[in-house]
Design a protein around this ligand. Sequence first.
Ligand code: TYM
Length: 327
Amino acid sequence: MRVLSGTQPSGQLHLGNYFGALRQYVALQERYPETLYFIADYHSMTSLRDAALRRRLTEDVALDYLAAGLDPSRAILFRQSDVPEVCELAWILSTVTPMGLLERGHAYKDKVAQGIPAEHGLFAYPVLMAADILLYHSDLVPVGQDQKQHLEMARDMAQRFNHAYGVEALKLPEPHILEDAAIVPGTDGRKMSKSYANTIAMFAPRAEVKKAVMGIVTDSTPVADPKDPTATVFQLWNLFATPQERREMAERARAGGVGYGDVKKDLLARLEAYFAPLRERREQYASRPEAVEAILEEGARRARALALPVLASVREAAGLGTPRARN
Ligand code: TYM
């Protein structure tokens, strides 16, 4: 069983990334012998054009991975661009991918709907993502709900390639979505996302985290009145509560007498306590950038060793390059 997933270095990681994905990465590294987690720096090129910033954000994701508890002696941690063969597979997949499939892609459709001109890279984003997954013969891909469509596309592309060349060179991956995490809402109630500026970045300076938590949008229901237990502030609070605590809070909300301000304060206290040990681990790694770089380089070496035979079989199936010795 091989597990793989990735995160874009396009801004500080937030509670959506953590509860939607990162937390599962850590759990899965205990359960499966082969786990690969990478930093999708090629993908970040569709939204970020500042090279120095990309390098910094890439290091940040590496630190966030390590802080969250990914263990380089178990999981393979690497930078996507350190295995550039993924771009070759992306090209090969693009030749079996119908335009119509990509035209249905959320990210591309959203940009076009907003009247923003889209580059080919954004249009082809799901093809590169499929290449990430298929290059390593991944069995299981842990991601948040928002990436489900991309996984279906990856399965579709694998099937199309295999069918076109009459081979089983690419393996169809399974999504792994944590049901109770669903989509983590941002401070404005929409999906928490760097592009909506509604994130709570758990490793940001404490004052910034506090500002984000206190800024969670609530309605003007007076303290004494009943409240909707599915309101954003409760959904975020629930992330740090046990099932029993969630049930009690929902009852109290419905009954009235709970103030949003108090829920926010308690949420902040729980969030700080939860992330304190992770923050400490992050600081330890941040003070040793060479050690972090060495982890990524070793990860890329191991990832590449898994990728090369898969790419070789794809090239062979498609009649590319020097033929393998015939027997
Ligand atoms: P990215 O960088 O946007 O997000 C990383 C992970 O965080 C999850 N996530 C969320 N989950 C729940 N609620 C939210 N509000 C929320 N926001 C983000 C995402 O579902 C994701 O799992 N295209 C990917 C990166 C990628 C990738 C891959 C992933 C590139 N190649 C191959 C898996 C396999 C992305 O942009 O994730």
